[in-house]
Design a protein around this ligand. Structure first.
Ligand code: 3H9
Length: 690
């Protein structure tokens, strides 16, 4: 079936795009549209043309999967030029989202009608791009740059009602948008009118220009090194200073240079990885999620409280359970205080806060979990504690309830073994602060029922999370790789680097914080306790904890925090201690460049990622990238650790790991077999897809 069809309805040539799932403007669609417009123009019986589409989306934009491939004609700007120059008026019938190139198609038309649920936007900025088919030129001409620029800068779509108010739409109709568009087109033909957006200039006033320049100056200040922000400013400014064709040429040049930018390539990878992660191997659409109408959370500590907030924020009633009244009250008060901060910032109304607090029902004792469709346990991270809780839950929870542990490291099947219903027991690993962080690792032990996993995935989305299904195994995906980075950071200190140098390397890479600033924030005692439980040692970290320097909460850790300061200062005592430890271990300290520090921190993580893939703990390299971007603040424009590794070259990383392994005499640093194989074949992790 062709992707674009032309039918005649009376005097209207109705062009319908049918390119599921979202009517992206693939080469076939562009060719089909060009041919249909030409044919309709040649047909004497046609007075006007309507462009409509089937399915939920009008047009979701250019086909992102075609970026980076050799361009196939017609280029979108040329097609839009043909639409705009069409001798017969063309009207867009927008029934769903019109995004990116999709909105640019509508802008090239001479009229636009939409359903109320339609959304219109130019989200290219989120892909590291700017609109590349006239969006930066036509939208400001149509609605003024002061309104157009924020739409392009935020990438967020606006609702049809708003678009009508802005003058972006001619009409919003409650149903049958195609008939409405046909009427609009008939009217234009009868009046011999063909409003051409690129010729509109009325909105580009001096006042508009001043408002745009103020917004642009602010945007440039916050651009954070992303090259598409200055590019967007330059292109939109062209709407004031250049003729349309020249402005279009500038936009095109900027767009093409951004397409080749590694940051945009990384963001496009993230776009597809985010969608792929939703597809869980072995769980098809025939597996229906169980109904979740209510939840219970066990443990009202920081984590449990944050998880309860996730449910309340999504409108799901949740019972918050503790062993005694005092910790329960503390937990509820903490939740109230967090909501209060949102209220004081204006991001939550007092009424909404009250509604959410009402959804959280505090209770003492596990019996209160009896009615819940899902129970999330967020108690102390100790196997004995978890087993006891799950054993009790088995007795009280209703049949078919999902029993999830928020464990960060522990073996989920061992927890499940405390129940007689291992098919219902899974891991749901939230990240701190649970009400903020997007990542949700869903741990799928071998015995778990498919519909239990499907339920957790669907619920995760309802909670506004990015759910990633991972296999069972110590630390799952994220923390298992983090441990490698933590070890590498400690090794660097002993070998000659100082905390601020190590942190600076990661911040320079794009992380918000380095490993030591992070450890000081989270509390160094957490890692210390975990190492002691596992019989592990880390000379510097242990020495700090033995001195009681747990981080920000004690006023000092790797850094000093005088008078509760949040930003740490270098600490001469810690630096002397590190040097002493190097001497004790017989290490001759040497200087490390920022580049070398970065490689030493990230290469072992990538190596662990390769092992995780070999073991099937993560289904795809992209899943690992999504974990790190959403749970550990890996900069999205770096694409995640596995994407980053591919961009460096796996042969380079394998060689660096071999050198380090030999130098330190640590076999764990030797390249994993998968990494070695791919490096030898000259391939990247991306080659594992599909
Ligand atoms: C652009 O237009 C540049 C122009 O200015 C200039 C050009 C010269 N291309 O998100 P979903 C796929 S840049 C290819 O799960 P939803 C997606 O991968 C583009 N594929 O559904 C998935 O595939 P699969 C500007 C696309 O209902 C499936 O569709 N436009 C595209 O939650 C369903 O997606 C954008 O940035 C695409 N453009 O949300 C819009 N879009 O089934 C990006 C989607 O194989 N898209 N797919 O996994 C979106 O924001 C959402 O997908 C949308 C639907 C809101 C449309």
């Amino acid at each position: 079936m062709t992707k674009v069809q032309l039918e005649r309805h009376g005097r209207i040539g109705l062009v319908t795009i049918d390119n599921p799932p979202v009517n992206a403007l693939s080469a076939a669609v562009r060719q089909g549209l060009a041919a249909a417009i030409e044919q309709a123009n040649a047909d004497k019986a046609v007075a006007a043309i309507v462009i409509a589409s089937t399915g939920k989306a009008f047009i979701a934009g250019a086909d992102i999967s075609e970026f980076g491939k050799p361009p196939a004609p017609p280029a979108l700007p040329d097609l839009l030029d043909a639409i705009e120059r069409s001798a017969k008026p063309v009207v867009a019938a927008i029934q769903g989202v019109a995004l990116g190139g999709g909105l640019e198609v509508a802008l090239a038309c001479h009229g636009r009608a939409a359903l109320p649920a339609a959304k219109l936007g130019l989200p290219e900025i989120k892909l590291g791009l700017i609109p590349g088919a006239g969006g930066t030129q036509r939208l400001p001409r149509l609605i003024g740059a002061a309104k157009a620029f924020p739409i392009m800068l935020s990438g967020e779509p606006i609702a049809a009602g708003q678009a009508l108010e802005y003058g972006l739409l001619d009409e919003v109709v409650s149903s049958d948008v195609v008939t409405a568009a046909m009427k609009l087109a008939e009217g234009l033909a009868a009046e011999r009118r063909r409003p051409v957006t690129s010729e509109a200039t009325g909105r580009l006033t001096e006042t508009d220009r001043e408002a745009f320049e103020a917004l642009a100056a602010d945007a440039l200040k916050k651009a954070d090194g992303m090259p598409n922000v200055p590019a967007l400013v330059e292109a939109v400014r062209g709407a004031f200073t250049l003729a349309f064709v020249e402005g279009l040429a500038v936009e095109r040049k900027l767009f093409l240079s951004l397409i080749g930018d590694p940051r945009s390539q990384a963001l496009r990878h993230v776009f597809f990885a985010e969608r792929e992660v939703a597809k869980v191997p072995g769980i098809g659409p025939e597996v229906k999620p169980r109904e979740i109408l209510s939840a219970a959370v066990i443990g009202a500590g920081t984590m449990g409280g944050g998880i309860a907030m996730c449910f309340a924020n999504a409108g799901i009633p949740v019972t918050l359970i503790e062993t005694a009244q005092a910790p329960l009250d503390n937990g509820v008060n903490r939740i109230g205080a967090i909501y209060d901060i949102s209220v004081s910032r204006g991001s939550l109304t007092p009424e909404a806060k009250a509604k959410r607090m009402k959804l959280i029902r505090p209770a003492v004792g596990l019996a209160a979990a009896a009615g819940a469709d899902i129970v999330v346990e967020a108690a102390f991270e100790e196997m004995g504690v978890k087993q006891q809780i799950f054993g009790e839950l088995d007795k009280v929870a209703k049949p078919g309830a999902i029993l999830a542990s928020n464990t960060s490291y522990l073996d989920v099947p061992t927890i499940a073994a405390a129940t007689k219903r291992p098919q219902d027991v899974i891991g749901m690993h939230f990240f701190s602060p649970a009400n903020v962080m997007k990542l949700l690792e869903i741990v799928r032990p071998k015995g778990a029922a498919d519909d239990a996993i499907a339920t957790a995935v669907a619920l995760g989305r309802r909670l506004g999370k990015v759910p990633v299904v991972v296999g069972n195994g110590f630390g799952f995906v994220g923390n298992r790789m983090l441990e490698q980075r933590t070890r590498a950071a400690e090794r660097l200190l002993v070998a000659g680097a100082l905390p601020h140098e190590v942190d600076a390397a990661l911040v320079g890479f794009g992380f918000k914080m380095g490993p030591f600033a992070m450890a000081d924030l989270a509390g160094n005692d957490i890692g210390w306790r975990s190492r002691k439980a596992r019989g592990l040692k880390a000379a510097v970290a242990d020495a700090l904890c033995e001195a009681g320097w747990f981080g920000q909460k004690t006023g000092r850790g790797y850094y000093l925090y005088p008078q509760g300061a949040r930003a740490g200062q270098r600490c001469p005592e810690v630096e002397a201690l590190i040097q002493r430890i190097s001497a004790e271990q017989g290490v001759t300290r040497r200087a490390f460049s920022q580049e070398e520090i970065l490689a030493r921190l990230l290469d072992p993580m990538v190596n662990e990622g390769a092992r995780i893939l070999e073991e099937g703990v993560a289904a795809r390299p992209g899943d690992i990238d999504i974990v790190w971007i959403n749970g550990y603040n890996w900069p999205a424009w770096r694409g995640g650790p596995m994407f980053w590794a591919d961009s460096v070259g796996l042969d380079v990383i394998a060689k660096r790991l071999e050198t380090q392994a030999a130098e330190i005499g640590d076999k764990a640093l030797e390249p994993a077999p998968l990494l070695k194989r791919l490096a030898a074949e000259g391939k990247g992790f991306a080659s594992l897809k599909g």
